[in-house]
Design a protein around this ligand. Sequence first.
Ligand code: DAH
Length: 370
Amino acid sequence: MSADQLIASLEQLGREFQHVIRPLADEQAIRAAQAQFLGKKGKVSEVMKELGRLPPADRPLVGAAVNRVKADIEEQVARRLRELADAAARADLARAVDVTLPARPVGGGHLHLLTQVRLEAVQIFSELGFVVAEGPQIETDWHTFEALGTPKDHPARDMQDTFYVSDEIVLRSHTSPVQIRTMQTQAPPIRIVAPGHVFRRDDDATHSPMFTQLEGLAVDEGISFTDLKGVLIHFVSRFFARDLTVRFRPSYFPFVEPGAEVDMQCSFCMGAPQGLPRAEDARPRSAAGERDRSPSGAGGACRLCKGTGWLEIGGAGMVDPVVFAAVNIDSERYTGFAFGMGLERMAMLRNGVDNIKFYYEGDIRFLEQF
Ligand code: DAH
């Protein structure tokens, strides 16, 4: 081939490339076409092989034509890519977005029932001058038992079997060790409530290996059992939002003397279960035997308190002098009361939760009810 013919076929390649590239609409295809023309085995390289057969004097002219066609093809590639990018940007800008469309509603979360109950309880006690105290969940045997009048061989330990980390370290089985920690670091007057997790070897519908207690402690000169009773009456009345009273049943806890189980007046039947008509007399029988949702169950007994009129909510008493001795507080000068209650139980009684496991399962159908 002559130099003129070579130059003509190079220019022809430039035009051919225009046709090839025009319909291509994505970068990958464009790059593939570019390689077909400019790659090592591409069409332009094929023509360049002829270059060696030309008389040397003709080569520069043809060489210049090669460079022109290469630059031309590269320019076409760049232009086509620019066109595509511009078109994409225009399409993007032209997209109609209705910014006035309301967003899909996102359900609002709320505090867990147990958290609500803890905060409410703390609020009520704080209005009486109690402040929140805390202690570790992994506690020494000494703080959990010994300092609370419960030496290692004491039978009362059986009531609170717990998890031992070692002989001297336990998962606390109650919040009462916070009493000890508080009295070790503060001088009377003391008024604290200590809410927190506790652990026991228990597991059924009303017991869980982990649950939450709220401890109370008041130490001062002249504190008496009536102060304890007044505080608890105030608390249950506020918490259940109706006038309720409490009663004490003499009981034994190693760290109080006297000690008592605390019952509150049944918030459901108000302690008047006898006043309710017996089921057989008062209610028309439903043919389908539908579920009885009334406060009085079969036989007229209130379901919540089983007809006793009272609901057990915790333990309490006057701080035993052996406890004061363990923390070097003068029991001739100071007296104090203490109480402890389970917060799961308080929510069960007030909010009608009938299985303790519901609190911990995280089932939204349960959680969203409160
Ligand atoms: N710590 C006891 C328990 O978990 C409850 C208790 C009873 C706490 C009497 C007290 C108290 O502060 O005075 O079984």
